[in-house]
Write a protein that binds this ligand. Structure first.
Ligand code: GLC
Length: 729
């Protein structure tokens, strides 16, 4: 680092126009250096290009070396560019989509994946990734649930910290580490109707208890940037929401780094209906606390006039530019603008065997076995199966964000994975057009006939169905969570053969699976498994690995249940999740609970839980700041099956009578335990005051006395519980 003195001198030398350029991020999309952003209706200005602070989505070792060299020559003060892009679950080696990383319940693995992604990205010239996505998600209609680790604040917090640490390591100046940008601040996942970019209305009670923890965790882990969401939060777009970006972010969460707008989000303040024109958009977003404007150019085009009119101050602008220069200095870019950019290293690291092996392991840990009746799985070596369906030999196993830098051509298909493990695959109906949501093509009959022919010659059917990458992620909201009708038609046709069906689902979100489960003997949800999808799935189907994935989003029985999540409030008329009672919270035409609950997942063995035992049932905490464990909660876990298995033992706590109504239960800890057949072990959890605290509007984090229930089980529906009372000294 060159230090504050150097940066101060630089700041003093910069003109206001140069500072405005430094606060601008251009869309550097084209290899020839002509910037997409500059062509997209911008006032073409080489001054902006030459003095811009950062490029978006412009990476690759050769490109970055050239672009940085040109920039260092052309820019007035030879300030190096920051290169930023979306590396959210891998760079070239693509890991499972983030929801699938969440279902590993393995933050250490997530950290390792982030570290690999950072190494692959850094040698391609990337300095900053727009990850982790810390949005709490409860509505699977929203396409971006695929980018989140799920519906639980505690679990999301573990993952956002893990991702941040993986990217940034022991210092962003160190080789193969990149800076992390946590997004989308905040509440974007609560979009009304699950419609992307729609309004969000979140009261402080829910906002502080459910939506902020994962951001706090990333900030505590040292993430360098924060990106506000596109959404209006309680009527005020996050991008110009001063309370959110200054009071909540800077004061409550103690964030000191850079705030970067989302792509064109400042332009969007005009259609949001809060700004009359781009000049006002620049003024309001700067005054709210935006430091870098992504792709739109309102800062560059308006800051001089805004300072002239006294609508913004030089101090505000200098503060923003100082944060940007500080990040560049922390990364050592003033001494070495090229950092880790290295074409040779690129060839060595991208998709190397070790990275593929990690991706393969992640697939096996992330897929969730939802059904396996009559032990139809695992397959036996040499077994002959009919391998059918649009995703059975497809490389479309990467979600939209993974495709920013990852490539489908590098993916291993399910057929390739199974064939490599000596499973004889008779192909059928691989060529289905997934993009037609409901059209039943004339060719479908021919494809179905081909599938039935393949099924005739085999004793088992492996059917791979699901979503096309374009059906989820950003701008991928769906009003119906079932599979396209043509895929259901194929399932029904195969069901009529009477042969066992093992259905593999490739999807960016929870789907409505009741009919699929009824017509399948086994169901494996594999999310978008990424580059090593075929191998990881084959490892599970053949028993090389035993399924251990657990849901981190509730699977709805019907689209109409969305949003549905386990940690909901009880209401005054609580209903039982799995039965209908009149005049109770729920519907008249479907059970109120999910088809498969948060935390649910099967293995190839079975586990037994003893009743919960508590080391005490009356406890007291010295005061609010005490962190001393209050009691121990334990169970004895036994592998009652015939093979090794990994169980994710989950600890939930319910505050039975708070000042505010508290969720029916909240995940507070978990342990992944691997046992051999007939092996038992005691699993104990310390229950601490922190686990019982919650945010009370106007009071902050509060510990209240009273009755609590502890549950320990294999998913959020567990009734294996015991009570204790917290008294106050
Ligand atoms: C997008 C997304 C954001 C992403 C950014 C840069 O519109 O909302 O998540 O990081 O643009 O690609």
């Amino acid at each position: 680092m060159l230090g504050q003195k150097y940066r101060k001198q630089l700041l003093e030398q910069m003109t206001l126009r140069e500072k405005a350029a430094e606060m601008s991020q251009l869309w550097g999309e084209n290899p020839d250096g002509t910037l997409m952003g500059l062509r997209r209706g911008f006032q073409k200005s080489t001054h902006l290009m030459d003095n811009a602070g950062s490029f978006l989505g412009f990476n690759g070792a050769e490109l970055v070396l050239e672009a940085q060299r040109l920039h260092m020559e052309a820019s007035a003060h030879h300030i190096p560019l920051l290169f930023m892009t979306d590396v959210i679950h891998g760079y070239k080696t693509i890991f499972p989509s983030v929801l699938g990383i969440g279902t590993t319940w393995d933050p250490d693995l997530a950290e390792e994946m982030a570290s690999v992604a950072a190494a692959e990205a850094s040698v391609s010239g990337v300095h900053v990734t727009f990850s982790p996505m810390a949005d709490l998600v409860r509505d699977a209609r929203w396409g971006r649930v695929t980018e989140s680790t799920g519906e639980d604040p505690y679990l999301n917090s573990l993952f956002t910290a893990a991702f941040t640490k993986g990217y940034q390591g022991d210092g962003i100046d160190k080789p193969f580490h990149i800076a992390s940008c946590v997004k989308h601040f905040a509440g974007y996942g609560a979009a009304e109707g699950g419609r992307d970019y729609d309004s969000t209305q979140i009261g402080d009670y829910q906002f502080y208890n459910d939506y902020l923890p994962a951001f706090q965790s990333a900030i505590d882990a040292g993430c360098e940037l924060v990106m506000p969401g596109f959404n209006a939060l309680n009527g005020m777009p996050c991008t110009c929401n001063k309370n959110l970006l200054s009071d909540v972010l800077r004061k409550y969460l103690q964030f000191k780094g850079i705030v970067i707008s989302d792509c064109t989000a400042i332009w969007e303040l005009v259609p949001h209906g809060v700004c009359a024109d781009n000049a006002e958009a620049a003024e309001r977003s700067l005054n709210a606390g935006i430091d870098i404007e992504m792709v739109s150019s309102t800062f560059y085009e308006n800051l001089e006039a805004l300072v002239e009119r006294g609508d913004v101050t030089m101090e505000q602008i200098d503060e923003a530019v100082e944060r940007i220069l500080l990040l560049k200095d922390k990364m050592g870019l003033f001494e070495n603008p090229y950092k880790d950019t290295d074409p040779e290293k690129e060839k060595e690291l991208h998709l190397c065997a070790a990275h593929r092996a990690l991706a393969r392991k992640a697939v096996a840990e992330s897929a969730v076995l939802l059904k396996n009746q009559n032990q139809v799985l695992p397959l036996k070596k040499g077994e002959k199966i009919a391998l059918i369906g649009p995703l059975s030999d497809s490389r479309e196993l990467i979600d939209v964000w993974g495709l920013v830098n990852g490539e489908e051509k590098d993916c291993v298909t399910i057929r390739e994975g199974l064939s490599d493990q000596n499973i004889i695959c008779v192909p059928g109906c691989h060529q289905w057009n997934l993009r037609e949501m409901d059209a039943v093509h004339p060719s479908d009959e021919a494809l179905i006939a081909e599938a039935l022919q393949a099924a005739e010659t085999c004793d088992k059917i492996v059917l791979a169905l699901g979503e096309h990458p374009s059906m989820s992620s950003e701008a991928g909201s769906r009003s119906d969570l079932s599979l396209p009708a043509n895929q259901m038609e194929l399932l029904h046709a195969l069901y009529r053969t009477g042969k066992p069906i093992i259905t593999i689902l490739i999807s960016g979100r929870p789907l409505v699976l009741g009919e699929i489960a009824e017509h399948s003997d086994a169901v494996l949800m594999a999310w978008f498994p990424g580059t090593e999808g075929g191998n990881g799935i084959a490892d599970l189907l053949t028993g090389q690995c035993s399924p251990s994935g657990r849901l981190t989003m509730s699977m709805p029985r019907a689209t109409g249940q969305a949003p549905i999540y386990y940690n909901h409030l009880p209401t005054g008329r609580p209903n039982d999740a799995d039965k209908y009672e009149s005049f109770k919270n729920g519907y008249i035409d479907i059970y109120p609970g999910p088809l498969y609950p948060f935390g649910y997942g099967l293995t190839y063995t079975t586990f037994d839980y003893s009743p919960v035992s508590l080391s005490a049932d009356q406890v007291s905490a010295a005061d609010d700041s005490s962190e001393e464990p209050l009691l121990l909660a334990s169970i004895t876990l036994t592998n009652t099956g015939t093979c090794e298995g990994t169980e994710t033992v989950q600890l939930y706590i319910q505050d039975v009578a708070g000042t505010y109504s508290r969720p029916v239960r909240m995940l507070k800890d978990f342990r992944k335990v691997t046992l051999q057949p007939k092996e038992s072990t005691v699993v104990s959890f310390s229950v601490t005051p922190d686990m019982l605290k919650y945010y009370i509007p106007g009071k902050g984090l509060t510990l209240e006395k009273g009755l609590f229930r502890v549950f320990i089980g294999s998913d959020a529906n567990t009734t294996n519980g015991k009570e204790f009372t917290l008294n106050r000294k």
